[in-house]
Design a protein around this ligand. Sequence first.
Ligand code: B1M
Length: 234
Amino acid sequence: MSEEEEDIILSELDDDDLVAQMFDDLYDGLKEEIEEGVNILLERGWTPYKILTEALVGGMKIVGDDFRDGILFVPEVLLAANAMKGGMYILKPLLAETGAPRMGKMVIGTVKGDIHDIGKNLVSMMMEGAGFEVVDLGINNAVEAYLEALEAEEPDILGMSALLTTTMPYMKVVIDTMIEQGKRDDFIVLVGGAPLNEEFGRAIGADAYCRDAAVAVETAKTLVSRKHNQGATV
Ligand code: B1M
């Protein structure tokens, strides 16, 4: 950080400059500054969703690009992720406060071999904000962990996340096991993560691929209400 930047008072910046400064602070892994920025934007009337998508996810995109290009390394990315989580922690209860009616229940987890959880956490937060009950299994889930949770929690939806091209095929292992055990049709299966696409979702037998957290919420709403309507007419 330059000396000039050290003197910056976040609350004196206009919205655009504040968001630009938050991108820098996220890049530098400055958790307290990110938390302060989030609080300032909330005071200025930004919705929690706008802060999440424009200030936090937007900043993480820059971190991701530089990680890919070999400019940032794992320790720096971890610090950035930690700073992002600080901001998300403030927003989580606010997103859930929307008073939305209970929409359904989802079990979600990152697949075996994969420890990326920021996107999954974002999806969980947005789903809770939209009125879904979410059971978060965390990271590195083997097929047994998913199946146990489906049995114990009886959700409407199973959500799986993968950020690595090497771990995304594991989603098919989970779905194939559900088929083998005759459980596939009991649940809506949604998948997501940066390396996936619609074609992959279809190929592994998921009900839908969700590009981002907002799409996950909309898809979940549509498919859950369709499932409940089907139940009513049978
Ligand atoms: Co990792 N990493 N990483 N990493 N990391 C990526 C994914 C990578 C693309 C970076 C790059 O090269 N550009 C690359 C993967 C390349 C590939 O597979 N082809 C990569 C790599 C290689 C690795 C390691 C192998 C590096 C190493 O050790 N040499 C290693 C693997 C560890 C492992 O998992 N076994 C590793 C480690 C790490 C950190 C630990 C340092 C850290 C993770 C910290 C954490 O998550 N707690 C990390 C990070 C942060 C990233 C990047 C920079 C950012 C990911 C992120 O959080 N994005 C990432 C580069 C990138 O994606 N640009 C990268 C922000 C998040 C909001 O977006 O996760 O896409 P995303 O989630 C979105 C959607 O995808 C969707 O909604 C979310 C919100 O809108 N979505 C779902 C996601 N899951 C969903 C589930 C759903 C629905 C929608 O279910 C219903």
